[in-house]
Design a protein around this ligand. Structure first.
Ligand SMILES: [Zn+2]
Length: 413
């Protein structure tokens, strides 16, 4: 697949990977990502002829992908018309379904939220209950914002478990009973008549953080610590999913001897998530006779300086720091973003995590590493979902297929 992301910045020495140079879809990627503002920029970057650029931009303007907006003065020659991606060309349906909390939103093509609803909703209620809520929430949001169905370009949904992105189905998700192999995207494609993507929630959060002030970061690792633990990676602007979408599932890395560790939701003993997640801390407090049911309640107790909760949170930071030392040694990322309920506990959680992380890594792996907490908090998944859908729907390949009048699907792209 040809992608504008592969365009060398000095295009004169590069190859295009396709006879005839970049297509109309390829030019749209250059405009949408801000690398080209005028026809002159497109001529210089692509090396296409003036007539080819004019014809392809004409196609994009005609289809409503691009607007002409004002002029840019040139040092030499005539002023150029400025080309901008038409962010009002459609809307994206975005959703973040967490273990105990669900969020649905409508976003414009710049990823800005136009409307959003959130509620407590356990993913363990199963797909029938959760997806019915999602369908009616999106319908209500569309109606209350007076948005007609034909403006929807696609949908993106995050879930707290492993996902086969090619089929749009969760695969043996430990904390999502009833969801294994459920055709999530198929169902919603039928409901709304547009293609969509199902993703692991930590992957979407990684992408959300990337698009919120870190888009120049070449390598970002995001870790979510809430009811469970998951991680997502964005390298060179792309999610790293592994061959089946299984990368980043660090919650089930074994810490202890399988015989002696606590039982995990996946059925194994000694997993990181079975002792260092917010859900595990809540369970251990319950075993001590405390009325704590959720990750958030456990975090609140630690906030209030309850000694047992603080001790468990510190231990969780140490355990996660140890596993992240391995991850950082493997990947050498530039930014490590920690998100989820526990990051509020800077003093107890983040300090112990960082201490172990730096102790157990070589200086070269952490010399320029920035460890930070999520800037988007609860909204990272929604922002990531909206951006992922826009990237897929307006990729060079998808746009070319649409312009050619061919059917296409987001699944598997
Ligand atoms: Zn496990």
């Amino acid at each position: 697949m040809w992608s504008a992301r592969q365009i060398p910045t000095n295009a004169t020495g590069g190859t295009w990977g396709r006879v005839g140079g970049p297509s109309a879809g390829g030019l749209l990627e250059l405009i949408r990502t801000g690398r080209a503002r005028t026809r002159r920029d497109l001529l210089e970057i692509t090396g296409l002829s003036r007539s080819s650029v004019a014809a392809r931009v004409g196609q994009l303007v005609g289809a409503g992908y691009v607007n002409e907006s004002g002029v840019e003065m040139a040092v030499r020659g005539r002023p150029s018309t400025v080309l901008v991606f038409n962010e009002g060309h459609g809307v994206v349906l975005a959703a973040d379904l967490g273990a105990t909390h669900a969020r649905a939103a409508i976003c414009d093509l710049a990823g800005r939220t136009l409307g959003e609803v959130a509620r407590e909703l356990s993913i363990s209620n199963g797909p029938a209950v959760v997806l019915s809520w999602l369908e009616s929430s999106w319908r209500d949001l569309l109606a209350s914002h007076d948005i007609t169905h034909h403006l929807i370009v696609g949908f993106g949904i995050g879930v707290p478990g492993p996902v086969d992105v090619a089929t749009g189905r969760p695969i043996r998700p430990p904390i999502m009973p009833g969801w294994h192999n459920y055709p999530v995207t198929e169902r919603l494609e039928q409901t709304f008549g547009v293609p969509g993507v199902l993703e692991n929630d930590a992957n979407l959060m990684a992408l959300g953080e990337f698009h919120s002030g870190l888009s120049s970061c070449p390598s970002l690792l995001f870790v979510k610590v809430s009811t469970g633990i998951g991680a997502g990676m964005v390298v060179d602007g792309r999610l790293v999913r592994g061959i089946h979408g299984g990368s980043g599932d660090i919650g089930h890395v074994r810490l202890a001897n399988p015989e002696s560790g606590p039982l995990c939701a996946c059925g194994a003993r000694g997993c990181l998530a079975a002792s260092a997640s917010g859900g595990a801390i809540a369970r251990r407090l319950r075993e001590q006779g405390r009325p704590v049911h959720t990750s958030r309640e456990a975090v609140q107790l630690a906030h209030d300086r309850d000694p047992a909760a603080v001790a468990l949170v510190r231990e969780a930071g140490i355990q996660l720091g140890g596993v992240l030392a391995t991850a950082v040694s493997l990947l050498n990322p530039q930014v490590l973003v920690i998100g989820g309920d526990l990051v509020e506990l800077q003093e107890h959680f983040m300090v112990s995590l960082k201490e172990v992380l730096y102790q157990r890594t070589q200086p070269l792996a952490t010399r320029d590493l920035h460890v930070r907490t999520s800037s988007l908090g609860d909204r990272a998944g929604i922002v990531g979902a909206a951006n992922l859908v826009v990237e897929e729907v307006f990729s060079a390949e998808s746009v070319d297929r649409t312009l050619a009048g061919k059917p296409w699907s987001l699944s598997g792209t």
